[in-house]
Design a protein around this ligand. Structure first.
Ligand SMILES: *Cc1c(COP(=O)(O)O)cnc(C)c1O
Length: 413
């Protein structure tokens, strides 16, 4: 295929894309900058600028302390339910927005570990893979040390992820909890979350899913797949802005048995009773700790509305088309330079990003950023191409991979 054929292909794919108009809803999309990092920090929706300004003017400025009773106290639950409906297949009353991903994972993983061990003292192991995101691995090590548990590591191929045989070999009568990422942050490997959940349950374990790289780009069915617990970011595919708070899902039948360790007044049964001792609230409130980060919860609402409007299935179809096209461009333009694909080629095993591997990628990333082409770099030698489905065009994918070609060719010569 000649390289002009790639231009024709990109134009044809953009013209046929039912979501092509969504890109104009994002700040900066009109410019020439190529953005391949919406999987780390999504672009801001245009509507968010007005939402933030009107919040300061009318709600914070106008309602002042009354705002808490009128609306803000309910936001962790209201936006949580929207995330449940729009992105993760959760019926109402099981999802909240709260602390960072790291803190919510800590609270819920520890709660799950304690509940399991209380029910069966033999269950002392937490299972996690060696290529899980650093925060996940560090939390598991910390909780095991703090609670007298053990870590059971799963070794994985860095270009793939945890599959059913690998999990089945790691779980057993000593497993308390399993912690896995639905989409691997490095390779983009998409696990079969329904099957892996079943494997954990068959061994008597609970499973905690990290949805950071899937929420908003890959369909999730938390209820249908019988998840126990899930936590995910909102500043990636949900475009909540830098440091926006994470969400947590806890299946309803676990609410009464899980006790989280950061007992704060916002998780108490009667918040304003200010009673002498902590009694956890019923339902999801017990997993809150302190005052909700209201400003941080504003922006994500604009993308959640877009996701509900477009439908997560249509978003996934575009995501697959974008990563397929990125791989076609990589094969055509970059393979001759020795660049390898470090992600699954089978779209059914791939989330919303692909990683391209070459010894020059660390240096290439710095050069690309200088020319407003923005992927990111992950060891070893990996250039991550994140193609956020609502805000990325096929022409943008091609322009970006042509820039990668020029930079890698220059560094290699
Ligand atoms: C981005 C990401 C996180 C980030 O956690 P924070 O507490 O928001 O810093 C955690 N896990 C995975 C898999 C991620 O991709």
């Amino acid at each position: 295929m000649s390289t002009e054929a790639l231009d024709d292909e990109a134009s044809r794919l953009d013209a046929a894309d039912p979501l092509r108009d969504r890109r104009d809803l994002f700040v900066g999309a009109e410019g020439p900058l190529v953005y391949f990092d919406g999987n780390s920090l999504g672009r801001p929706p245009r509507a968010t600028a007005e939402r933030l300004a009107s919040f300061v003017r009318d709600e914070w400025g106008g309602r002042l302390i009354r705002g808490w009773d009128e609306a803000w106290m309910d936001l962790p639950f209201a936006i949580g339910d929207t995330i449940g409906r729009a992105a993760i297949g959760a019926a109402p009353g099981q999802t909240i927005v709260g602390d960072s991903t790291t803190v919510l994972l800590y609270k819920l993983l520890r709660a799950a570990f304690d509940a399991q061990r209380a029910a069966d003292p033999a269950r002392v192991e937490i299972v996690v893979d060696r290529d899980n995101f650093p925060t996940d691995r560090y939390l598991v090590e910390g909780i095991a040390a703090e609670r007298g548990g053990r870590v059971r590591w799963i070794d994985v191929d860095l270009r793939a992820g945890v599959d059913a045989p690998a999990l089945a070999a790691a779980v057993g009568p000593e497993t308390a909890v399993v912690l896995l990422s639905h989409v691997a942050y490095r390779s983009g490997y998409l696990t079969d979350a329904a099957s892996l959940t079943r494997i954990a349950h068959d061994a008597g374990a609970l499973i905690v899913w990290d949805l950071c790289h899937s929420a908003g780009s890959v369909p999730v069915e938390a209820d249908a797949w019988e998840f126990d617990i899930a936590v995910g970011c909102t500043y990636k595919y949900l475009n909540g802005g830098p440091g926006s708070p994470a969400f947590a899902y806890v299946a309803e039948h676990h609410h009464a048995t899980l006790a989280q360790p950061v007992q704060g007044w916002m998780g108490a049964a009667d918040v304003f009773a200010m009673g002498p001792e902590y009694r956890p609230a019923a339902g999801m409130r017990r997993f809150l700790s302190g005052t909700p980060p209201v400003l941080g919860m504003l922006a994500m609402q604009d993308t959640l509305a877009m996701i509900e409007d477009a439908g997560i299935q249509a978003i996934r179809e575009k995501s697959v088309a974008l990563t397929d096209f990125a791989l076609r461009c990589a094969d055509e333009l970059l393979a001759p330079l020795g660049v390898e694909v470090a992600s699954p080629r089978d779209a059914a095993l791939r989330g919303g990003h692909v990683t391209l591997s070459h010894p020059a990628m660390r240096e290439a990333t710095a050069r690309l950023w200088e020319q407003d082409v923005i992927p990111d770099y992950r060891d070893p030698e990996g250039l991550r191409i994140g193609v956020s489905p609502l805000s990325t065009s096929f022409a943008e994918v091609l322009a970006g991979l042509r820039a990668v070609e020029a930079v890698v060719a220059g560094l290699a010569s």
